[in-house]
Design a protein around this ligand. Structure first.
Ligand code: SF4
Length: 483
């Protein structure tokens, strides 16, 4: 179950060029992307002369006050919210990273995971680089600084060409914003306009909040240069035969009101639910469909529509859980889960339920939620998961447990059902997932060639898995991250 603590999204990024209120709009942009990272937030703004920065640990609303934003004067800005899949949780690792060096000032922030980061860092240290953080964004800055060219449109692609793995990345100079997406296109990156300004963001929900219009996705392998001269597209990399957009962005990570990878996320999730219902046992005789809120709501709606069963709000999720709470001395069963989820007892008592959720990671939270539903009086619980079993870790920017901790890699599906305590369980097939993601636009095989689904299949789009796993065993750095 994708509840705390796994899996978590890596980061969200937002940039704007050509607007008098650049910092305030960037603040709103990263506020809309808060679901992609809650550990730290930061903005760097440019007034054409110099770059100014503010960043801190915490949520966007806690990190920024009016006075911080007033100090970030200028017409261009980039912003970032972070959850650390790489590097430790510290202010030094908060992004954007800003540097001043021989060829001027530069700020950078990114979303994704550079899988050869340790290797590159060791190489740069041998060449004299001194690092002030363990974030892999700093590696990109050092690669650019080491480049012989003083033309950033040469140095940036040269640096990006050294990276293996996932990045959607923004660079801010005094008079230019540069956005790039790795050739596999793992993480989303969208381009839009706001009056005469140009905006770029991880997801379109950030555009909606600031009133910007979505224009298009930044393409895999594209470098977009945004300046007073307008928007110029550069394609410095050989296009790959196979891209690897993260299918889990559509299943769970992105907000349902976003439009990414050429699809509306809500529509894609509803289609997952539709496919799930089409794979249903015709003998099943359930009374209603409920979702584990909120990320499974769309899939549950799709399932209910297709199966012609009523969709009900059987579990209510509290949105007001603070960081700390006081637990009564007398232990309450599944207290942490109860804080967040509460079943509607008079609705589900004595009923046969189809419970739709979007994934099961370790299985422990699923078990507690099912326990709550059972104790609320449900007669039967049929758990339906809107993606295939999660069997393999992600190396491309999503924080996941080790293979041993993933219940999908340890147990067969019926064993998972028994462990969680449901009357029946079914996961969406890979074919069903691909049909849903493709919609009317792509065939199943096109989805297979364009999307990464390695966490279900173990078919990693790059040949770096073993090396990366070995690298990550090195205790020298990153001792508190995902492995
Ligand atoms: S392994 Fe899974 S979570 Fe990671 S990028 Fe691929 S599809 Fe996304």
């Amino acid at each position: 179950m994708n509840r705390l603590p796994y899996p978590r999204e890596a980061c969200g990024i937002f940039g704007i060029f050509g607007h008098a209120e650049a910092a305030t709009l960037t603040y709103l942009g990263i506020y809309a992307l808060q679901h992609r990272g809650q550990e730290s937030a930061g903005i760097v703004a440019s007034d054409g002369q110099r770059l100014r920065q503010h960043r801190a640990l915490g949520l966007v609303n806690d990190v920024f006050r009016q006075e911080n934003l007033q100090r970030l004067a200028g017409y261009a800005a980039i912003g970032h919210v972070r959850y650390s899949t790489m590097g430790t949780k510290s202010l030094a690792n908060a992004q954007p990273t800003k540097v001043d060096y021989l060829h001027g000032s530069l700020a950078v922030c990114h979303n994704g995971n550079i899988v050869n980061a340790l290797r590159l860092r060791a190489e740069l240290e041998r060449r004299g680089s001194i690092f002030s953080s363990s974030s892999d964004s700093e590696i990109v800055v050092h690669l650019i600084a080491h480049d012989e060219s003083n033309d950033r449109l040469v140095a940036i692609p040269n640096a990006l060409a050294r990276l293996e793995g996932a990045y959607s990345i923004l660079f801010l100079e005094e008079n230019r914003l540069i956005a790039a997406r790795d050739p596999h296109g793992w993480r989303p990156l969208v381009l839009g306009t706001l009056d005469r300004a140009v905006v770029v963001a991880s997801e379109t929900c950030a555009f909606d909040l600031v009133g910007a219009k979505y224009e298009r996705d930044v393409e895999p392998g594209e470098v977009v240069e945004i300046s007073a001269a307008g928007v110029r597209s550069h394609k410095p990399f050989e296009p790959l035969k196979r891209t690897a957009m993260c299918v889990f962005e559509l299943v769970y990570f992105s907000r349902p009101d976003s439009y990414i990878f050429g699809r509306g996320v809500h529509a894609a999730r509803k289609a997952l639910g539709t496919e799930l219902a089409r794979e249903e046992d015709p003998e099943l005789n359930a009374d209603m469909v409920i979702a584990v809120p909120d990320s499974s709501n769309s899939a549950a709606l799709g399932y209910a529509e297709e199966s012609r069963l009523p969709f009900e709000l059987g579990i209510i999720r509290s949105h007001y859980i603070g960081r700390t709470f006081i637990e009564p001395e007398q232990r309450i069963r599944a207290f942490g889960t109860r804080l967040k989820y509460n079943p509607v007892q008079d609705l589900i008592r004595g009923k046969s339920l189809v419970v739709v959720d979007d994934s099961i990671v370790r299985g422990t939270t699923s078990r507690k939620i099912i326990d709550l539903i059972r104790n609320a009086g449900a007669a039967e619980i049929h758990l339906r998961i809107s993606c295939p079993p999660w069997r393999w870790p992600c190396y491309y920017g999503i924080d996941t447990p080790t293979r041993e901790e993933l219940i999908g890699s340890r147990l067969e599906v019926d064993e998972i059902g028994r462990y969680i305590g449901v009357d029946s369980i079914h996961y969406l097939s890979l074919e069903g997932l691909r049909r849903a993601v493709g919609g009317d636009v792509m065939t199943e095989s096109e989805v297979g060639a364009r999307f990464c689904s390695a966490c279900f299949t173990g078919d990693y789009p790059t040949a770096i898995y073993e090396q990366y796993a070995k690298d990550m065993m090195a205790p020298r750095l990153f001792e508190d991250k995902m492995f």
